[in-house]
Design a protein around this ligand. Sequence first.
Ligand code: ADP
Ligand code: TRP
Length: 319
Amino acid sequence: MSQRYLSGVQPSGELHLGNYIGAMRHHIEAQDDAYYFIADYHALTSLGDAEALRQNVRHVAAAYLALGLDPARATFFRQSDVPEVCELTWLLSNVAAMGLLERAHSYKDKIAKGLQPKVGLFTYPILMAADILAYDSDVVPVGKDQAQHLEITRDLAIAFNALYGETFKLPRIVLGTPELVPGIDGEKMSKSYNNTLPIFTRGKALKSLVMSIKTDSKGLDEPKDPDTCTVYKLYTFVASPAEQAEMAAAYRAGGYGYGHAKLALLKKLEETFGPAYERYDALLARPDDLEDRLRVGATRARAEAQIVLGRARRACGLD
Ligand code: ADP
Ligand code: TRP
């Protein structure tokens, strides 16, 4: 039997190379019969700006389609077009131990950074569990930082099944890329750190971001260590093994400056994303078409979620 892949991406800012390598690329590779959605309910935990949310949803939709997601092969939709997940979140909330959520790194990290704790942020993993369980998903490919949320999903499904009988299918966790993509400052690339290489930033703006990647101050002639260099690390995500080996050898030999490496990286980024630039612009220029495509996906997804929700309601006596 074929395995159902499911994943979501938040429309909370510009999509960047880290999102592409850690998540989107894998979604597009494994798209037959997959369910992929734009997690706009989740974005409410951080965004708080209606027009920005609408715009971000369009940007994410256009990005996926431009990079190769085909709505005839995958079910591609907007999370909030399936309100059944909110009801499912409530059912799951009642088997969710406080301690389980209190241990969530992502929540703890955000609070540590000074974010005011809100109930929505705290229960975010339950909504994510509902997203996953609502479609009887088998495989959930995400980046490393989301792995704990999937553990929580499994724990909630196990707790519900133990209390009410077999209701939810347990999903498998598949890490997109074990490694995190660094940002231009060498820390994890993340929109919240303002250190990203956005996929659809191009031309001069892209060049100036690439040129500003932090390196040590070794001069042109000095031999350099590729393994501790952010430029090289970024290059490994977009270059072939032979190209990587060539750059590593040039680093070690000396006579090859960080400026050279940055230009090589820029070229690979343009090669990787350049073919999608035009498609992206064309899709964004026709927001009604984007809407239509998302609606087709939502109709399919909703029918599926209604079946699972019905099962869960009956299991706990809400029929
Ligand atoms: P951000 O950190 O920019 O807010 P998100 O948390 O919205 O990104 O992540 C969306 C998806 O992209 C997740 O599956 C996440 O694991 C993946 N991802 C985000 N940043 C990186 C990164 N630097 N390296 C690898 N994967 C990443
Ligand atoms: N929380 C995920 C992120 O920030 C997005 C997401 C929401 C998701 N629901 C999901 C990912 C369900 C996988 C499955 O990246």
